[in-house]
Write a protein that binds this ligand. Sequence first.
Ligand SMILES: NC(=O)c1ccc[n+]([C@@H]2O[C@H](COP(=O)([O-])OP(=O)(O)OC[C@H]3O[C@@H](n4cnc5c(N)ncnc54)[C@H](O)[C@@H]3O)[C@@H](O)[C@H]2O)c1
Ligand SMILES: O=C[C@H](O)CS(=O)(=O)O
Length: 484
Amino acid sequence: MTQLVLADPSLLRSHAYVDGQWVVADSGATLEVCNPATGALIATVPDMGAEETRRAIAGASRALKSWRAQTAEARAAVLRRWFALMQQHQEDLAQLMTAEQGKPLAEARGEIAYAASYIEWFAEEARRIYGSTVPSPWADKQIVVVREPVGVCAAITPWNFPAAMITRKVAPALASGCTIVVKPASQTPLSALAMVELAVRAGVPAGVFSVLTGNARAIGGALTASPDVRKLTFTGSTEIGRVLAAQCAPTLKRMSLELGGNAPFIVFEDADLDAAVEGAMVSKYRNTGQTCVCANRLLVHEKVYDAFAAKLRVAVQAMRVGNGVEEGVAQGPLIDEPSLAKVEELVADAVALGATVHMGGRRHALGGTFYEPTILTGVTPAMRIAREEVFGPVAPLFRFGSDEEAVRMANDTEFGLAAYFYSRDHQRIRRVSAALEYGMVGINSGLISTAVAPFGGVKQSGMGREGGAVGIDEYLDTKYLCIA
Ligand SMILES: NC(=O)c1ccc[n+]([C@@H]2O[C@H](COP(=O)([O-])OP(=O)(O)OC[C@H]3O[C@@H](n4cnc5c(N)ncnc54)[C@H](O)[C@@H]3O)[C@@H](O)[C@H]2O)c1
Ligand SMILES: O=C[C@H](O)CS(=O)(=O)O
């Protein structure tokens, strides 16, 4: 096993955290956690199932009464301490993340700061959960509306952002007085275990926040079947989101679903091309193209197509591919072999149907799951890459001739998470912003994610919002009091 060198070695956990205890699986079975850049074994974690999950739910139910009875200020204080500890241990958390997920260290540090910003945001939101009074139609009765925590929550999260996808669920849950059981992705459990250790140090009581590792179907099955779990918050693929939503139906749980995307990135003829290239680089190649809001289709006006493609190639060529711990590396490995095979499939299909490899288009000489940063030109809606999430460092360029054509192409997908466009014409900005069927739109910006704004999608990209002024609503129920 490769030894990770951390300033605080106790942040590397090989046990799961259930109801206030660091525990192994009932069976003693473990899962291996490997470094996607090297294949090296970095840790093992418990391979848990339904029984351990039921104990975590029971602990969360027991802890709920006292946690929700805490004052908002008391919960906010715990979250502020957790925020401070995340900042204090940013380097160790980033090293853990790069080791288990592969993203470049600079991006991992950025994700830790981003993840911590959700904790800070909801520490503030905890103290602003307002109710209301309504002028009563009866002289002898008062109408009061209060908001209360939903109760025990379950969170299931993906591997691509192993810290931020957890804090943007756990922070609002704790802020609102809920308790929560988290199952991180099996590829990236170490970030979750380190963060719950810091949450415990910050004063989160036993049972309030548990982290289970192991068999996704078994754990997910127990979480979704339990009537004690009143809410499921899931971030992951649309395919699994549909499965979990169906599993939640018998107990009518509240649900937040942050699912897949197929983001269009539109470059109009009046765009600032240098700014558009800069935006495309961050939107397309962040996390080696493995984000839900990555530019998945670059729609470029025919008058600027060749100039944009040439400029983009220069920028892509400047990126260094390698192990994320090495200084200056901008592109790490893909998470695993199936992900790499999917990218190869989509590129091969596009080329077979007439696309041209402008650059890249093959496995990197580094081997393993490294893939050359790629640009495809001559891409058309007939190709699979127009409909499927690439989740890799491939920029497919499509041509368009009119605004109407660009909007029609952009909306021609079952997904509706993020969209981007570059234009300096205010009428066009107003028109296109209104016409795009997406939950989030970046206008002259390729990076839009922040804790202060509502993150989420429409259509098959999910339901609910995370962050912003509405993020905490996902963890609150409304109660109407009629007082005589
Ligand atoms: N909308 C967003 O905010 C957002 C953010 C990140 C990733 N994603 C999406 O997530 C996908 C990539 O992440 P992924 O590969 O981890 O997704 P995934 O859906 O395969 O897995 C997500 C989580 O669900 C678990 N899981 C898988 N099958 C399950 C089952 N049958 N029952 C219970 N749990 C199950 C996994 O172990 C993991 O923890 C992409 O589609 C990406 O767009 C969306
Ligand atoms: O993969 C999608 C995540 O939500 C990434 S981010 O929030 O855009 O950083």
